[in-house]
Design a protein around this ligand. Structure first.
Ligand code: DAH
Length: 345
C-alpha cells in the first residue's frame, strides 16, 4: 500500500509534467484535477499515516513538491492563456475600418457676413473700430443728438444696468461714432461691427440681441455724393455687380439729411413678393450726413468738417443672402443649421 502511494505520487508528477495545456478548457481540467479543492493529490496526504516512519518524511516532502509543481504549472499556463486571449482581442481591431469622422467646426454665418462687410469697406480704406457693449447714456444717446424725450430712450427699448439710468447695453453701434469722434481727430474713416441689445420681444423677425456694422467718414468736403457712391460700391460687392440701389428720405436723430437704402431684389418668386412686400425693393441700411450737432457734441468743428454715416444689421444681411426666415436661428447654435455654412468662407 505504502509503495503504491509512492508510485501513485510519482505517476502524478509525470502526469503533471506531461499535461498539455493549450486552451482555457484544458487549463480548467488541469485545475480541477491537480489544484482545485477536490484535487487528486489531496487524498495522498492521508496516506502518510500508512507509510513506514523512516519514509514518512521523504513521502511528505514528495507530496509537497507535487502540490507545488501542480500550482506553479497552473499559474504559468494560466498567465500564458490570458496573454493569448488579450492579444487576440487586440487583433480584433479592424485596421481597414474607415476612421470615425472628425467634426470640423465652421464659422458662424454672422461672422462670415461680418467679415465680408469688413473686407469690402477695407478696400475703400476704412479701418475697423471696436468699442464697449456696456455704454453710458451720453455716448449712446445724448452725443448722437437723441433728445431726452426720444422714444429710443424709452425703458422699453433699452436695457439699463441694474440701479442705473446712466449705464446701459448699447442699442446701436452708433455709440462707437461718438467714442471715435471724441478720441481722434479727422480725417476719420472707420467701420464698427458689434453686438447690440434692445428690450424687444423675441420673435422670428426681432431679437433682443443682434449685430450691426456702423460706418463713419469725416473729412473736409465729404458730400452726399460720396455717401451714395460708397454705398453703391458696397451693395454691388455684397449682392452682385448689377445690383441697383435707391435712397429714400428718412429720419435719424444723428444724420441730416437721413436716408434708407434699398437694393433691388427682384420679384422672381413668392418669397421675393413676401419679403419685398410686392415692391421688389429691400431695405438694407440707414444712412445720412452726420448732423452738425453730433460733430459739435464730440468736439469736431462742423464749419470745417462734414461727414457721412451709415448703419446696418448683420443678421438682416445674412437672412437675405441665405434666405433664412427666422432670426432666432442665429442664436440657437443648432449644429444642423450651423453646419450648412461650412463651405462658405
Ligand atoms: N443706429 C441706427 C439704428 O440702429 C442705424 C443708423 C442709421 C446708423 C443711420 C447710422 C445712420 O450711422 O447714419 O437703427
Amino acid at each position: 500500500m505504502s509503495q503504491n502511494a509512492f508510485d501513485k505520487a510519482k505517476e502524478l508528477l509525470e502526469e503533471i509534467k506531461n499535461f498539455i495545456i493549450s486552451n482555457e478548457e484544458e487549463l480548467e481540467s488541469f485545475r480541477k484535477k491537480f489544484v482545485g479543492s477536490k484535487n487528486i493529490i489531496k487524498p495522498l496526504f492521508s496516506e502518510i499515516k500508512n507509510i513506514p516512519n523512516e519514509q514518512k518524511r521523504e513521502f511528505g516532502q514528495f507530496l509537497n513538491q507535487l502540490k507545488q509543481e501542480a500550482e506553479s504549472k497552473f499559474n504559468i499556463e494560466k498567465e500564458k492563456i490570458e496573454d493569448q486571449t488579450s492579444s487576440a482581442k487586440s487583433d480584433d481591431i479592424d485596421l481597414t475600418k474607415p476612421a470615425d469622422p472628425i467634426r470640423l467646426g465652421a464659422r458662424h454665418p454672422i461672422s462670415i457676413v461680418n467679415n465680408r462687410i469688413i473686407e469690402i469697406f477695407e478696400k475703400l480704406g476704412f479701418t475697423v473700430a471696436e468699442d464697449r457693449e456696456i455704454e453710458d447714456d451720453w455716448h449712446n444717446f445724448t452725443a448722437m443728438n437723441t433728445p431726452e424725450d426720444h422714444p429710443a430712450r424709452d425703458m422699453q427699448d433699452t436695457f439699463y444696468l441694474k440701479d442705473s439710468v446712466e449705464r446701459l447695453l448699447r442699442t446701436h453701434t452708433s455709440s462707437v461714432q461718438s467714442r471715435v469722434m471724441t478720441s481722434t481727430k479727422p480725417p476719420i474713416r472707420i467701420i464698427a461691427p458689434g453686438r447690440v441689445y434692445r428690450n424687444e420681444t423675441i420673435s422670428a423677425r426681432s431679437h433682443a440681441q443682434f449685430h450691426q456694422v456702423e460706418g463713419l467718414y469725416i473729412d473736409e468736403g465729404v458730400s452726399f455724393a460720396d455717401l451714395k457712391q460708397t454705398l453703391l460700391y458696397f451693395a454691388q460687392e455684397m449682392y452682385g455687380k448689377d445690383t441697383k440701389i435707391r435712397l429714400r428720405p428718412s429720419y435719424f436723430p444723428f444724420t441730416e439729411p437721413s436716408a434708407e437704402m434699398d437694393v433691388y431684389w427682384g420679384l422672381n418668386d413668392e418669397i421675393d413678393y413676401r419679403i419685398t412686400k410686392g415692391t421688389g425693393w429691400l431695405e438694407i441700411l440707414g444712412c445720412g450726413m452726420v448732423d452738425p450737432n453730433v460733430l459739435e457734441n464730440c468736439g469736431i468743428d462742423s464749419e470745417k468738417y462734414t461727414g457721412f454715416a451709415f448703419g446696418m444689421g448683420i443678421e438682416r444681411q445674412a437672412m437675405l443672402l441665405h434666405r433664412i426666415d427666422d432670426i432666432r436661428a442665429f442664436f440657437e447654435n443648432d449644429i444642423r443649421f450651423l453646419e450648412q455654412f461650412k463651405s462658405v468662407f
